[in-house]
Design a protein around this ligand. Structure first.
Ligand code: DUC
Ligand code: ZN
Ligand code: ZN
Ligand code: ZN
Length: 492
């Protein structure tokens, strides 16, 4: 089918450049970006005068249809993506979890779940055990399945957590494949201790979740992962940076020239842990995620780090459970399924918090919500740009309109929303996914099955010159020192 669309008169914003221009789209691809494009009357026209025309958001961190902590998230690939599109996000990267340690079985499961996708998506893969089969399967994932990133959990002891030995093997394997290693950085052994400590003190409510796994444990694991990645000389991506402690480890490593990427998530940027002390269990439990939302101060520091480039892109860790699922942990916070919403709210909240507040430019907004993600996972400029030849994943944002978040009107299947009642400036009025208008006049027109799997090739820009650094290191090692018999040795 031939669908033609012209977006007229908006300010087209890319991470590198902005200009007032028209955008012409045919069959899901951007054909031209320039002023005053003339078209025939078979072309649908959208007027974007006075508005921003930007690449659709890419959420680098989501969990849809995720079986976790004895239950399953309420958003699947259809409902979670529909919510994303209503909020201006046109692609997400989800985490495949292996089945009994098998990567291929895990991928098959996720391929089935993703069949009803209404927007484009990619996959990261978690590594939860180590043997020769896993090592070989990683190679297949990279070379044949379009997966170029692997995540290692340093937390969730007894479930997803891996040892330092496995992390080292994994880092080496990632490096050899040109795949990006990602870490969930909390010290799982210490978290376990912290949880026991809270239960012994009789602190069984959601506040115990925050108290049991303080920022120092995130700082330790972030430091450890960064230093092991340095030892192996391979790039590292730290997911959900929630604390000053972790952020400062990233800042230090980047300043020393190490290739470390830090991903804050919306909840960490704008919430503080006071919500976990809410006397109503349901109100408090909806904020339980890991790493936990930190005391006030971490949020503003993470915003500053994002605005100065210490942190590079924003995710959500969208992973939603209903109140009844959270209620399983009413007598023990350790049983509350971990996760908060965000896939629908990210674009609005980042605009309001970072652009409307004057902390970053509109081009930087595009960079941290879309372009940088596309570059890191090696799908730029197919994604993350409004350029001739790019996929027509586009949003029109009206900076003078306002948004309001409400658990009653949101599109995720969750019965709560951690941003309920928040309002702000800047509204995504139109979302275009694969050349089709899927969100307009506050109405969704999504089609299950319309979303495509986006393969992500190995060796992103983060790997440029890694080999040179290795060669330099090797040549800096001297040949074995030849020693004649020491004259300083005396036999007594
Ligand atoms: N943290 C969460 O809150 N949910 C999913 C997994 C994770 O690491
Ligand atoms: Zn340009
Ligand atoms: Zn995590
Ligand atoms: Zn996650």
């Amino acid at each position: 089918s031939s669908s033609k669309l012209l977006i007229k008169g908006g300010t087209v914003v890319n991470a590198h450049h902005q200009e007032v221009a028209d955008v012409y789209v045919e069959d899901g691809i951007i054909i031209a970006v320039k002023p005053n494009i003339k078209v025939g009357d078979d072309v649908a026209v959208l007027d974007a005068t006075g508005k921003y025309v930007m690449p659709g958001g890419i959420d680098p961190h989501t969990h849809l249809a995720f079986e976790f902590m004895g239950t399953q998230t309420v958003d699947d690939f259809f409902s979670g993506q529909a919510a994303a599109l209503a909020g201006g996000t046109t692609m997400h990267i989800d985490f495949v979890i292996p089945v009994n340690g098998s990567l291929s079985a895990g991928l098959e499961t996720y391929e089935k779940k993703a069949k009803k996708s209404c927007m484009d998506y990619g996959f990261h893969m978690a590594i939860t055990k180590w043997d020769e089969v896993v090592s070989q399967e990683m190679e297949i994932m990279v070379k044949e399945k379009g997966i170029n990133s692997f995540k290692f959990f340093l937390a969730y002891k007894g479930a997803l957590m891996i040892s330092d030995e496995l992390l080292l093997q994994g880092l080496k394997k990632c490096k050899s494949l040109g795949a990006l290693a990602m870490v969930h950085a909390e010290n799982g052994d210490a978290v376990y201790e912290g949880q026991e400590r809270m239960i012994e003190l009789g602190i069984t409510g959601p506040e115990g979740h925050a108290l049991s796994r303080p920022a120092v444990l995130e700082g330790e694991a972030t430091s450890r992962a960064i230093r092991l990645a340095s030892f192996v000389n391979t790039p590292l991506y730290v997911v959900h940076v929630m604390s000053i402690d972790a952020m400062e480890e990233i800042a230090r490593a980047r300043k020393a020239g190490q290739r470390v990427i830090g991903e804050p998530v919306v909840s960490g940027l704008i919430l503080d842990d006071s919500v976990l002390w809410d006397p109503d269990f349901v109100n408090a439990a909806k904020y339980v995620m890991s790493p936990p939302i930190r005391p006030s101060g971490h949020d503003k520091a993470l915003q500053a780090a994002l605005s100065t480039g210490i942190l590079q892109l924003v995710g959500t860790d969208h992973c939603v459970f209903n109140s009844t699922q959270k209620a399983v942990g009413i007598d023990d916070f350790r049983k509350i399924p971990n996760g908060v919403n965000g896939i629908e709210e990210r674009m609005h909240l980042v605009w309001d918090t970072m652009v409307e507040s004057g902390q970053i430019s509109v081009s930087d907004y595009v960079r941290i919500t879309s372009t940088e993600c596309a570059r890191i996972f090696n799908i730029y400029p197919k994604k993350g740009a409004i350029l001739a030849g790019s996929d027509a994943d586009i949003i029109i944002l009206n900076p003078n309109a306002s948004f309001e978040i409400s658990a009653k009107s949101h599109h995720t299947r969750s019965d709560t929303n951690v941003y309920d009642g928040k309002r702000g400036k800047g509204k995504v009025e139109v979302t275009i996914s694969g050349g089709r208008i899927v969100w307009e006049n506050n109405e969704l027109k999504v089609v299950p099955g319309a979303g495509k799997y986006i393969e992500m090739p190995a060796f992103s820009y983060l790997f440029d010159g890694i080999g040179k650094a290795d060669a330099q290191y090797l040549s800096s090692l001297r040949a074995p020192v030849k020693r004649s018999q020491s004259t300083n040795l005396h036999s007594s």
